[in-house]
Design a protein around this ligand. Structure first.
Ligand SMILES: Cc1ncc(COP(=O)(O)O)c(C=O)c1O
Length: 382
């Protein structure tokens, strides 16, 4: 069996979840703020089913996914939990009545980000003699989807006229909640608050108002409202250096493999494709069966390191699709079969997705989501 695997600690997930709960409780002791755990993109690469089942067992209030395909898949694993779909309905490709009936059967909560979606869901729900539960999405500045906050009052008023929709929530999403400079996030929050105030004055209220992603949970306490939507921090990473260490979380995924080949090479020997690296002396080179085909980026070539038995070894030469090579030094006690930590945290050994993201010039989100399907996920209770 290929030794490359992603070990996922459900215990650490539990600890991270409890840390978030504790943080919310401390900030708002008089209110039980709901948690909508964000499990889109296969739970950020960690496995939709196992992660969601664990979160439900911990009492999470809601699960959030990006689109209806993810939601339907999730519903087959999780019969009961509330599922909010953040994305829009693509009306054109559907046989509408059948599709809406399916969504109702799966008991999904839809995001309404346009009047056409509201009209569509209302029309078919009426035909089916049902009510469709929805959350209204307000665009306060991300400019992705949602009703432009400037005109949203009128739009929301119109949605309240659709009698076959049950309006359970209203929400917005930050563009910069993880930054040290909070000015734009504050601007978004102010606009959202002003809209909520005007809606309330006109008699329009919502059982669940929500706004905060990981950055805002750590950075902007007055954005919590009734529910928060953590993604990244559940998986053990901070969205920015500025938000680091505000709570005690740990990466829940350890990407691991084993040393499977060792050879001794002469000085001035090139390693891997393109001959970008040459040994400067006679050394042992180890080969690890993981590469960019597993989601371990080629961008880490010559810059990344791995842990073997608590020692670090540099990645040398280009990372290939299925292999990478490490320099084990002039002498080595590393043996074939030894475990290799490529990403994550074991004891005090840390090579986080945040560290790797910096090497690749990206964000930890992209690094964890990129771990390929061919890497088996192994779930641990510790
Ligand atoms: C609508 C929405 N809410 C919450 C999140 C969670 O964000 P984060 O992983 O930064 O907590 C996301 C993810 O991008 C999202 O799209």
């Amino acid at each position: 069996m290929n030794p490359t695997r992603a070990e996922i600690s459900l215990k650490r997930l539990e600890d991270n979840y409890n840390e978030i709960r504790k943080h919310l409780q401390k900030a708002k002791p008089n209110k039980k703020i709901k948690i909508c755990a964000v499990v889109k993109a296969n739970a950020y690469g960690h496995g939709l089913r196992e992660i969601s089942q664990k979160l439900v067992s911990l009492g999470v209030d809601y699960l959030g996914v990006a689109n209806y395909d993810e939601a339907i898949k999730l519903r087959t694993h999780i019969p009961k939990a509330k599922i909010l779909v953040f994305g829009t309905l693509i009306h054109s490709k559907l046989k509408p009545a059948a599709y809406v009936s399916k969504l109702l059967k799966y008991n999904l909560v839809a995001t309404v980000a346009s009047l056409s979606t509201a009209k569509f869901l209302d029309f078919y729900s009426k035909k089916l003699n049902r009510k469709f539960k929805v959350h209204i999405k307000i665009d306060t500045g991300l400019k992705r989807i949602g009703f432009d906050v400037k005109r949203a009052f009128k739009n929301v008023e119109q949605i309240f006229n659709y009698k076959n929709l049950e309006i359970e929530g209203i929400f917005t999403h930050f563009a910069t909640s993880e930054s040290r400079d909070k000015s734009f996030a504050r601007l978004q929050l102010n606009k959202f608050n002003e809209l909520l105030y005007n809606l309330k004055k006109a008699g329009m209220e919502f059982p669940i108002v929500h706004c905060a992603n990981s950055g805002a949970i750590l950075n902007i306490k007055d954005s919590y409202f009734d529910m928060v939507r953590p993604g990244l921090i559940l998986y053990g990473y901070f969205p920015s250096d500025e938000t680091k260490h505000k709570i005690n979380i740990k990466p829940i995924m350890n990407l691991k493999s084993k040393v499977t080949f060792i050879k001794r090479v002469d000085a001035n020997t090139s390693i891997s494709y393109g001959r970008k690296y040459f040994t400067d002396r006679k050394v042992f080179i180890g080969s690890i069966p993981i590469g960019y085909g597993d989601g371990y980026w080629r961008a880490f070539s010559g810059k990344g390191k791995v842990f073997i038995n608590h020692k670090t070894y540099p990645i040398v030469g280009a990372i290939t699709m299925d292999w990478l090579m490490i320099n084990l030094g002039v002498q080595t006690d590393v043996r074939i079969g030894d475990d290799v930590l490529l990403m994550g945290m074991e004891n005090s050994n840390y090579i986080g997705a945040d560290t790797l993201a910096k090497i690749a010039g990206t964000i930890p989100y992209e690094i964890i989501c990129a771990v390929a399907d061919r890497v088996p996920r192994v779930y641990l209770d510790y």
